[in-house]
Design a protein around this ligand. Structure first.
Ligand code: ADP
Ligand code: MG
Length: 280
């Protein structure tokens, strides 16, 4: 029995199962005292080890997916956003849209929870074992521009095209150069019908020509991004500004219109940087 015990211990060390090794003595003791059956003993050792590994895998995957700080659907207060259909979000959380390589658009004014929901769906996908990557549009385009400059564009596009779900946050806050729009188009094209995406924007689709500085590229982008797409509008107050509504001028307080779009101030330049402060 002792020889057997030390052999099991050796095997657990060799298999790198530290949690099972740690629990071995107490589980064997409970088994010998008749408190648990042999099957229960095996189950306990494997389950503990598996939970430890799974927890580590999820933590690591959330970090590499850029999903920290972690947002969850459980921590989202749906009662704060009555225009949002909870069931639609919960259906998305079943992740069939990822299997079907669909596009999900979350549209709404700043602070309505678009980034939170996009990340929370990403977290759900990571837990389900799917590969996920999240970035703001500006970060994504900067990385593509840099990669192109360094002659690594194809490699970078392959990297972004690889994950089962790509989350592109904050479309519309900062204007995109024509070159940047073109690179983003190449990425979207590389993923088209091969991987799912969640995109968030504070601007309506009619304004994409302005955001991307070129109506032709914007049309080509929308052509791919609206095919097999789910569009969710959130029309509510900013969660960030809750409790401070009286301090905010009426016209920017809530329900900033998604459509119809406001007339562009200057052609091809997107919104002025001051709008960015609404987001922060
Ligand atoms: P948006 O991307 O639409 O501008 P965010 O998702 O970044 O808004 O939300 C702003 C902040 O408020 C985040 O910290 C987010 O977690 C929180 N938040 C927004 N809506 C809710 C909600 N309904 N319940 C809980 N937290 C929320
Ligand atoms: Mg956001």
């Amino acid at each position: 029995m002792i020889a057997l015990g030390s052999r099991i211990r050796e095997s657990l060390v060799g298999l790198r199962m530290p949690r099972a090794l740690e629990l071995l003595d107490s589980v064997v003791q409970r088994l010998e005292q008749g408190e648990i059956t042999a099957l229960e003993a095996i189950d306990q050792l494997l389950l503990e080890e598996y939970s430890l590994r799974e927890g580590r895998r999820v933590t690591m995957a959330l970090t590499t997916a850029n999903l920290t700080p972690v947002k969850t659907l459980e921590s989202f207060d749906f009662t704060f956003q009555p225009s949002l259909d909870r069931d639609r979000i919960m259906t998305l959380a079943q992740l069939e849209f990822v299997e079907r390589c669909e596009m999900v658009h979350l549209l709404g004014p700043p602070g309505t929870g678009k980034s939170h929901l996009a990340s929370a769906l990403g977290v759900t996908a990571v837990k389900a074992g799917k590969s996920v990557y999240r970035a703001n549009l500006a970060q994504l385009i900067n990385a593509l521009v840099k990669a192109e400059r360094e002659g690594r564009l194809a490699e970078k596009i392959r990297f972004y095209a690889r994950s089962a779900l790509l989350i592109v946050d904050e479309i519309g806050y900062l204007p995109i150069s024509a070159g940047g729009a073109n690179l983003f188009f190449q990425l979207v094209n590389a993923r088209y019908e091969k991987g799912a995406m969640i995109l968030t924007s504070n601007r309506g689709f009619a304004e994409w020509g302005e955001i991307f500085g070129d109506p032709v590229v914007a049309t080509a982008l929308l052509d791919r991004l609206l095919h097999h797409a789910v569009v969710i509008h959130i029309e509510g107050a900013s969660y960030r500004l809750r409790g401070h509504a009286d301090l905010i001028p009426e016209h920017i307080r809530a329900n900033a219109p998604i459509s119809p779009p406001p007339p562009p101030k200057k052609r091809g330049r997107g919104r002025p940087a001051k709008d960015r402060t609404q987001e922060i």
